[in-house]
Design a protein around this ligand. Structure first.
Ligand SMILES: Nc1ncnc2c1ncn2[C@@H]1O[C@H](COP(=O)(O)OP(=O)(O)OP(=O)(O)O)[C@@H](O)[C@H]1O
Ligand SMILES: O=c1[nH]c(=O)c2[nH+]cn([C@@H]3O[C@H](COP(=O)(O)O)[C@@H](O)[C@H]3O)c2[nH]1
Ligand SMILES: NC(=O)CC[C@H](N)C(=O)O
Ligand SMILES: [Mg+2]
Length: 514
């Protein structure tokens, strides 16, 4: 049976992943494609609906992103958001131009609640606006169903053709009832039934893995993190002992992490699996020596991971598949989905070398968002401490050390990080950040210790709150947590004489510190 699908066509908006996430929260499967994708390819996906995202361009300018106009005659419902709404109006004969007043931020919008989009919403709703252009005049055949004092067409619809346009961003949490608007679109307009559920995803994936792998052998790259643990559990369920899990100590792990992972997954641990722990510290340190560019470091690590897996595969003999816990944001951020720029090469996607000595790479979680992965893990019966843990990036501490990586620097950041996590873990669960760690800046400065001058490194502490890891707020922590940690770090960790707290949100910073 084919899964109901809604397709997001990406025009370069900042929130494209959020749109897909929200649609999936409504139990409808959703994928992102670039607006450049051939219409025939999109049609072949047989989607129930299409959503055009926002974007930085102006629809009325000649070189702006556009789309095959045939899409409007195809009969599949379309929802245009912001740039997407302006593009739809512009292409269908409405008037789009620079707005006399730009709107930015939370804005009270008057809605016509007879519209299927605004069903069960209040007549006035706070919506998130972010635009310089506006729709001065809706296209012929469209009825205006929302406005604000500065925006005559905040939403319009052509019910007969199934075309809908909203100037605001329903996908952003600042829009009250935003998810309800998207839900209304996928249920009331696209007539989806809502067949995207984690229990059926797990069941179908296990079945598909079994068919694909047959009696072949699989090497699963297991980090002990959420994604690869769920991936391994799924494979174990599908193919049992045909699976070998390989955990690599690349010398960039957190303090005591190797021991912890081996305890959980190794012999006498909680799982009955073939588990191998590889000490590859020297290999990685050698390759990383003298390298200080963040992207270069990522590429080196990505390649070396694969080489280690290839070597391990030779020892097992005739391994057909390499399995990785790649998830959807890894793919999109590496510049492979939609229109988003390459922000960073995730070592397991954009950082992969061109030649890989496996028949095929298997990534059963490639289409899932993080919270969906956690849910799948629960379906598979993984313990909560495994599925709920904070993410730890594959390139490890290499991307929490500014500049070149040495074993000495790794030891410094490991010790500082362990103290920071220990102090935060004293807080009640509800007060803990979504992700928190220490990073080693490349800055050295003068200090005084025991009446002696020091010239040592500064540690940066990071703590952020986020649900989707696409945007993040700085977590406001009790002062005592920060000062205690800072004190302990300068006292207990050698070569550190200064501790700083990073107060930057994402954007403009990223969560990691590289
Ligand atoms: N130390 C490691 N040993 C073996 N495989 C690894 C290691 N680190 C990362 N990987 C592989 O790279 C993939 C991507 O790493 P990533 O950190 O995104 O996922 P994760 O560690 O499984 O989950 P989490 O996001 O919770 O840390 C992992 O799913 C795993 O397959
Ligand atoms: O598996 C990973 N491989 C990577 O290469 C990688 N880079 C960043 N991250 C994690 O992604 C989230 C967002 O991070 P940034 O704000 O730094 O982009 C944060 O949770 C980061 O820890 C990675 N995870
Ligand atoms: N957020 C958007 O999609 C903006 C659309 C368009 N660039 C504008 O300024 O109005
Ligand atoms: Mg990880």
């Amino acid at each position: 049976m084919q899964q109901e699908t809604v397709i997001v066509l990406d025009f370069g908006g900042q929130y494209n992943q959020l749109i897909a996430r929200r649609v999936r929260e409504c139990n409808v499967y959703c994928e992102i494609y670039s607006y450049r994708t051939d219409l025939a390819k999109i049609k072949a996906k047989n989607p129930k609906g299409i959503i055009f995202t926002g974007g930085p361009n102006s629809a009325y300018l000649p070189d702006s992103p556009t789309i095959d106009p045939e899409i409007y005659n195809w009969g599949v419902p379309i929802l245009g958001i912001c740039y997407g709404s302006q593009l739809m109006m512009h292409m269908l004969g409405g008037k789009v131009c620079k707005a006399p007043e730009r709107e930015y931020g939370k804005t009270l919008v008057d809605l016509n609640t007879d519209s299927p989009l605004f069903d069960t919403l209040p007549a006035q709703n706070v919506c998130w606006m972010s635009h310089n252009d506006y729709i001065e005049q809706a296209a012929p055949g469209f009825e205006i169903v929302a406005h604000t004092p500065n925006c005559p067409v905040a939403a319009a619809q052509d019910k007969a053709r199934g075309l809908y346009a909203v100037q605001f961003h329903p996908e952003v949490l600042h829009t009250e009832n935003g998810t309800k608007i998207l839900r209304n679109f996928v249920y009331n307009v696209c007539r989806c039934a809502g067949d995207w559920k984690m229990d059926s995803f797990v069941e179908n994936s296990v079945k598909a893995l079994r068919e694909k792998i047959g009696d072949g052998k699989v090497l699963c790259a297991l980090s002990g993190g959420v994604d690869s643990s769920v991936c391994a559990a799924m494979l174990a369920k599908a193919i049992g002992k045909q699976l070998t899990c390989v955990f690599v100590d690349h010398g960039l792990l957190r303090k005591n992490e190797r021991e912890q992972v081996c305890e959980v997954f190794g012999e006498g641990g909680q799982f009955d699996i073939n588990f191998v722990c590889v000490d590859a510290r020297d290999r990685f340190y050698k390759k990383l020596a003298g390298q200080d560019a963040p992207e270069r470091k990522r590429k080196i690590i990505g390649e070396e991971f694969i080489r280690v897996f290839e070597d391990e595969a030779k020892k097992i003999g005739a391994v057909d598949f390499l399995a990785q816990g790649t998830i959807y944001p890894d793919v999109v951020e590496s510049g492979l989905g939609g229109e988003s720029a390459t922000i960073k090469s995730h070592h397991n996607v954009g950082g992969l070398p061109d030649y890989v000595d496996f028949k095929e790479i298997v990534e059963p979680l490639r289409d899932l968002f993080k919270d969906e992965v956690r849910q799948a893990g629960r379906e598979l019966g993984l313990p909560e401490y495994l599925v709920a843990r904070q993410p730890f990036p594959g390139p490890g501490l290499a991307i929490r050390i500014i500049g070149d990586v040495t074993p000495e620097k790794v030891a410094i950041v490991q010790d500082a990080d362990a103290i920071w996590r220990e102090e935060i873990d004293k807080l009640p669960m509800a007060q803990r950040p979504s992700q928190y760690f220490a990073a080693l800046t490349n800055m050295r400065s003068v200090g005084v210790m025991g009446d002696e001058r020091t010239y040592d490194y500064a540690i940066a502490l990071r703590a952020v709150t986020t649900t989707d890891f696409m945007t993040a707020e700085v977590t406001i922590l009790p002062t005592e947590t920060i000062t205690t940690a800072a004190n302990r770090i300068v006292n207990e960790v050698k070569n550190i004489n200064r501790v700083m707290f990073d107060y930057t949100t994402k954007p403009p910073a990223t969560i990691e510190f590289e």
